[in-house]
Design a protein around this ligand. Structure first.
Ligand SMILES: [Zn+2]
Ligand SMILES: [Zn+2]
Length: 272
């Protein structure tokens, strides 16, 4: 029997198309026996308003106002960021914050960090996902494989969200080899199981490939309402059917989840 104590992919109202607050998500997580969730609202041109040139981050950077542990549930400050193109650029990659160097310091002022250089280090867990419609980004399987590999080479990205559901073809073997080498976690996404039988069959084969190639994964609800936080029953049933090893589920408990993050970034997650 597989057990999973961390839901590493959950959304709140702040995503614009989700229903739960942090408190509601945490209450449900406690009810279903989780120890932790990652709070991973979208950072995406599709979902994130931009005002005066600056993406509106709401509470995402106001972490001192949110306890690290709420109602006994550890809340990892995360994000689900969009992959934008075949080069593997992430949402708002070319944005420099619209504040300049202090007056009188123009010449010798250090280069301003890009928005992502400023934002991503604040995240304890970052999922990068493709949300473009199939065909919106023209390209070949080799190009999309390269895209994912480049994203994995970003030391701030811990996981690739729903690679099967994105419906951009990629070479599984090369993808999984890159996951292993870069300590990036592919996602088994519960929501993908709700779509149709074809997705379920593909996800099953993908999970078998992860097990065969010894690649750790995350298993996530991708909850867009508090009622779905920790809802992993279909994924767990699928993984049990194929004999997926518990030790390859990086989010089976907090210790294994933090170890997987540390494997990528060199240090365990932490925040105020
Ligand atoms: Zn997504
Ligand atoms: Zn999501």
């Amino acid at each position: 029997m597989l057990t999973i104590k961390v839901d590493p992919h959950t959304h709140t109202l702040f995503s614009g198309h989700a229903f739960g607050t942090i408190e509601e998500n945490v209450r449900h997580a406690a009810e279903v026996g989780l120890d932790a969730i990652a709070w991973t609202d979208h950072l995406s041109p599709m979902f994130t308003p931009v005002i005066n040139g600056f993406p509106q981050l709401g509470g995402m950077l106001n972490l001192t106002s949110l306890p690290k542990t709420c109602l006994g549930i550890r809340v990892y400050a995360g994000v689900e960021i969009d992959i934008m193109d075949k080069e593997g650029h992430l949402a708002f990659w070319d944005l420099v914050p619209p504040f300049g160097p202090p007056p009188g310091k123009k010449d010798d002022a250090p280069k301003m960090p890009s928005f992502l250089e400023f934002f991503l280090p604040s995240r304890e867990f970052t999922i990068a996902s493709v949300h473009m419609r199939p065909g919106q980004l023209p390209g070949t399987e080799a190009e999309f494989t390269d895209m994912y590999v480049r994203v994995m080479q970003n030391s701030r990205v811990h996981a690739i969200g729903h690679p099967i559901r994105a419906r951009y073809p990629f070479d599984w073997k090369a993808f999984l080899e890159a996951c292993r080498l870069t300590h990036t976690l592919p996602e088994i996404n519960e929501h993908t199981m709700d779509l149709n039988e074809e997705f379920v069959a593909t996800l099953r084969t993908f999970a078998e490939a992860c097990a065969r190639d010894n690649v750790p994964v995350i298993v996530s609800s991708d909850a867009h309402s508090s009622f779905h936080v920790g809802g992993l029953s279909k994924s767990i049933a699928l993984l049990e059917e194929i004999g997926f090893p518990q030790e390859l589920i990086a989010n089976r408990d907090m210790a294994s989840f933090e170890a997987a993050i540390a494997a990528k970034t060199g240090k365990a997650p932490d925040r105020h």
